[in-house]
Design a binder for this molecule. Structure first.
Ligand SMILES: [Zn+2]
Ligand SMILES: [Zn+2]
Length: 633
């Protein structure tokens, strides 16, 4: 998925583990015939109508059937508890075919926060169908949530479709009844105006985000006999930019296929929204499609470039994470968050290649690519959390970091680092070191291809969900060592499982580049501003082990004067520039509306800007390595 900063944590009780074990024990149940009916009779209500039709098993021992709303959905790892938007749950037995009749409601019991049980009783005729129905409130245009309004319906199945407990692996059909004039499109659409779909299991049903609207557009192109559909729902002005956008998307597709080889589908669908609402912003990967949502209109701002950046990232996921995947990522237990050490690979390395592929496709020049890498390095190296949290630990913390909300105050800003930039800079350094260690014969491209080949294409299927099997951290390290021709255990110990700074200088020097680090400010105080306060500079955060922290300054303090000068977020940098490290400064501040004074001793720079430049006098070999890296040839 695309990285979003900002909603829900919860603790998992030991009881869930028992529930999980129980579910496994029952997983051998006979398959059921399951069909999902999706209606949207009143779009303005934001209520989807869902009915799950289950053909009742003929054996009389089944006394009840349970339906469960997932707590989260794949690609985003925070727990959102989709059950909170479920309402009006009921069940009844369908009328026998050909008859128009009304059947009485069956008893439905809410078992827990995500589960409903339908008692079949003795009167339910075996061989007939149970109709389990409910409504879901949905008004978020996102890669995880869903939206129904007067303009369109855009859904992600995880937050809409309950699974039948112990029957997630059974085939599932979907029938969509759209408002008049609205057309249905998704990554499994095979023919025009298709409204009926068949999936091998619930996981694939929910892997198929769908757009339903009167006015989306479709532009197709072909690469190696496969069809790529660019479906755009513009909720704002396009400024005539769509044809160029489609051509640039094709360049990215061709470039990524050149690295990986042919993808495993006949048709792939880019579902793109220009939300024009200044906030909806997302990207989410799927097996045969992606959802990309930009907050602006295509005609305005940087929507065009941001879309291509999202396309380069999400399309790379076709291989890395959707098919080649850490072992914990599918099939999933939706009663608790997924925990994997591999998101720095699945997301961080994808972020790295998303950027590199835009350079290789000719959409970015060297300067744009190198400055983007420098920004990613700055984000990691300037974050105090990167010295506390390793790339693997960041992956395991994903449920707290991935667009998760927090009801209580947390210290995560100081203790965590995102696996997106952290994984990206590790992937970058790893790539450059492999290139130079092997004298240009191999690269991270080879590692990724070999992983895909070994774990996805050639491994026997480990379960019902997907081809091949998931990899473990040790599998990745093993393949890296084989491709690099040398033991890389030290690298993983220090930079992946540990929190040491990767050897940027060495990695860049080897490809004829100079890595430059410069202080962002001449002295460090260690505070950032909250929103403006008329009384002065309101402290938003205090950097750990900084002069401000040593002096006991706290978030929420309002600095009225600094060294006798009125201090604000506007003149902050200018005032600081008058000092040097070691200077003692008197600070007047308001804390809980009371005046307080403190003395800070300004420190040496702790925050840096980074630059990556061409190295003068680089060796011919280093220049060759760089050219191969940037071009992918
Ligand atoms: Zn991603
Ligand atoms: Zn739409």
């Amino acid at each position: 998925m695309k990285r979003i900063t900002a909603v829900v944590t919860r603790t998992v009780s030991a009881g869930l583990l028992l529930l999980t074990l129980f579910a496994v024990a029952l997983a051998q149940d006979q398959p059921l015939r399951i069909k999902y009916w999706l209606g949207m009779s009143q779009p303005a209500s934001h209520l989807f109508d869902v009915t799950i039709e289950v053909e009742l098993p003929t054996e009389a021992k089944t006394r009840s059937i349970e339906f469960q709303m997932p707590k989260w959905s794949p690609g985003r790892y925070a727990v959102f508890d989709f059950a909170k938007n479920v309402q009006e749950v009921r069940a009844r037995v369908a009328c026998p075919a050909g008859l128009d009749c009304t059947t009485p409601d069956l008893a439905v019991t809410r078992v827990d926060d995500q589960t409903w049980r339908t008692e079949l009783g003795n009167s339910s005729p075996r061989g007939s169908s149970l109709m389990f129905s409910y409504k879901v409130f949905a008004n978020d245009l996102s890669g995880t949530f869903s939206q129904l309004d007067a303009r369109h319906a855009n859904f992600n199945g995880g937050c809409l479709f309950m699974y039948v407990v112990n029957h997630k692996q059974d085939p599932a059909a979907l029938s969509i009844k759209a408002p008049k004039g609205w057309r249905v499109i998704n990554g499994r659409t095979e023919k025009k105006d298709q409204t009926e779909f068949q999936f091998s299991n619930w996981d694939l049903l929910t892997d198929t985000p769908t757009e339903i609207a009167p006015d989306w557009t479709e532009d197709d192109f072909e690469v190696d006999g496969r069809t790529y559909r660019v479906v755009v729902d513009s909720l704002g002005n396009e400024g005539g930019r769509r044809p160029a956008l489609v051509r640039d998307i094709e360049k990215i597709v061709r470039t990524e296929i050149r690295m990986w080889g042919p993808p495993e589908f006949d048709t792939y669908t880019f579902l793109i929204h220009f939300a024009n609402d200044a906030h909806s912003n997302d990207g989410m990967e799927h097996l045969t499609s992606t959802q990309i949502i930009e907050p602006g209109a295509l005609a305005t701002g940087d929507s065009y470039d941001e879309t291509l950046d999202a396309v380069a990232h999400e399309f790379f996921h076709v291989w890395n994470v959707k098919r080649l995947r850490p072992i914990e990522l599918g099939p999933w237990d939706f009663t608790r968050p997924a925990n994997t050490r591999g998101l720095w690979i699945a997301e961080g390395i994808t972020n790295y290649y998303g950027h590199l592929m835009q350079r290789r496709a000719g959409l970015w020049d060297d300067a744009k690519f190198l400055s983007t890498l420098a920004d990613q390095i700055a984000e990691v190296e300037n974050s105090p959390g990167s010295k506390l949290m390793s790339a693997e630990e960041s992956s395991l913390s994903a449920p707290f970091l991935d667009d998760a909300g927090h009801a209580q105050q947390t210290n995560l800003a100081n203790t965590s680092v995102s696996y997106y930039p952290k994984g990206e800079v590790i992937g970058l350094v790893l790539d450059l070191l492999i290139r130079t260690n092997t004298k240009g014969k191999a690269s991270l491209d080879d590692v990724m291809r070999r992983m895909y080949d070994e774990f996805y294409l050639k491994s026997p299927n480990a379960n019902y969900y997907l081809r091949g099997r998931g990899y473990r951290p040790g599998d990745f390290e093993h393949v890296v060592a084989e491709v690099a021709g040398t033991d890389m255990d030290d690298f993983f110990k220090r930079y992946v499982r540990g929190v040491e700074t990767p050897p940027y200088e060495e990695a860049f020097r080897n490809v004829g580049l100079r890595f430059v680090r410069e202080p962002r400010t001449p002295v460090t105080l260690g505070i950032s501003a909250d929103q403006d306060d008329a009384r002065g500079f309101k402290i938003g955060s205090v950097r750990p082990a900084s002069p401000a922290a040593e002096a006991g300054l706290q978030p929420g303090d309002i600095i009225s004067s600094f060294g006798g000068v009125r201090f604000s977020s506007v003149n902050f940098l200018k005032v600081l520039a008058r000092y040097k490290p070691g200077d003692r400064v008197q600070v007047s501040l308001l804390r809980h509306n009371r005046p307080v004074s403190a003395t800070v001793v300004l420190g040496a720079p702790q925050v840096f800007d980074y630059r990556i430049e061409k190295l003068l006098n680089a060796s011919a070999e280093a220049n060759l390595f760089r050219a191969a890296w940037l071009s992918g040839k």
